[in-house]
Design a protein around this ligand. Structure first.
Ligand SMILES: [Zn+2]
Ligand SMILES: [Zn+2]
Length: 256
């Protein structure tokens, strides 16, 4: 069996060369051009502009491919579930209920873990910065964070080696994540002020449990120790949740 080689780029649509890297033109139906043939194409001659009033842009086909994978992921349901399972490691804190059904805050220690894992001996005091993404369910918060993280090695065919959110396709309107997840910006990871992205569960998600929680909810109530046995969580009673209104999941998501 031949070893699979990741296709670097398509043959030039004009001269058919495969000897050099070709660029994709998004506005020309994703046609591929080598550098020499690019500017000879009728829609690329000097002065020609596209729908945005600018000349067509030479796109790296690998980058185009990776962006498509982020925006419109193609994967099986099993692959998606495996990604969601792995993403549980990025949970910072979440909302759950104790045995008497009283709301609790669960702290999974993600913030301390990121800072501790990236601490080196030369570093003095560090001042992590938090960038929170808050918005309606389905607005694309996770996609935005994923682009910010994955863009740092978009050309890598295997995908980003850093933790980044699991995104849903457009058709999927159930919130993808429960809880609040924390991701590190790779470019500032070892800096004095590392930038951390906070991905919050979407507002207006209602009382319906998000996709990620439903996976673990089949036999037990969410956030029982059995479901999250892989990680240690510190529970804290939410003292202000005293009325039926304030005890609702959606209320906590909106306030926290
Ligand atoms: Zn060519
Ligand atoms: Zn073009």
């Amino acid at each position: 069996m031949d070893e699979f080689v990741f296709p670097r780029s398509l043959p030039c649509q004009t001269c058919a060369t495969v000897a050099e890297t070709t660029f994709t033109c998004i506005q020309c139906n994703n046609l591929a051009f080598c550098d020499a043939c690019w500017s000879k194409w009728i829609l690329h001659i000097p002065g020609a502009v596209g729908w945005n009033g600018k000349p067509h842009e030479k796109a790296d086909p690998r980058v185009v491919d990776r962006l498509r994978q982020i925006l419109e992921p193609t994967r099986t349901e099993q692959e998606h579930e495996a990604e969601l399972l792995e993403d549980q490691d990025t949970t910072w804190f979440g909302y759950g209920r104790d045995a008497s059904n009283h709301p609790q805050l669960y702290d999974y220690g993600r913030f301390a873990a990121i800072v501790a894992e990236t601490q080196t001996e030369q570093m003095g005091e560090r001042y992590p910065q938090l960038a929170s993404f808050i918005g309606e369910t389905g607005a694309g918060k996770s996609t935005l964070i994923k682009l910010l993280i994955d863009r740092q090695d978009l050309a890598s065919p295997q995908g980003s080696k850093y933790y980044s959110p699991v995104t849903s396709s457009n058709q999927d309107r159930i919130s993808t994540t429960g809880d609040v997840h924390l991701y590190a910006d790779p470019s500032t990871l070892y800096a004095t002020s590392p930038l951390l992205f906070v991905d919050c569960e979407g507002l207006s998600g209602g009382e319906a449990a998000p996709k990620q929680l439903r996976q673990t909810q089949d036999s037990q109530s969410s956030h029982s120790t059995a479901n999250y046995s892989r990680r240690y969580a510190t529970p804290r009673k939410i003292e202000w949740a005293q009325t039926p209104q304030t005890q609702r999941r959606e209320f906590a998501v909106g306030q926290l």
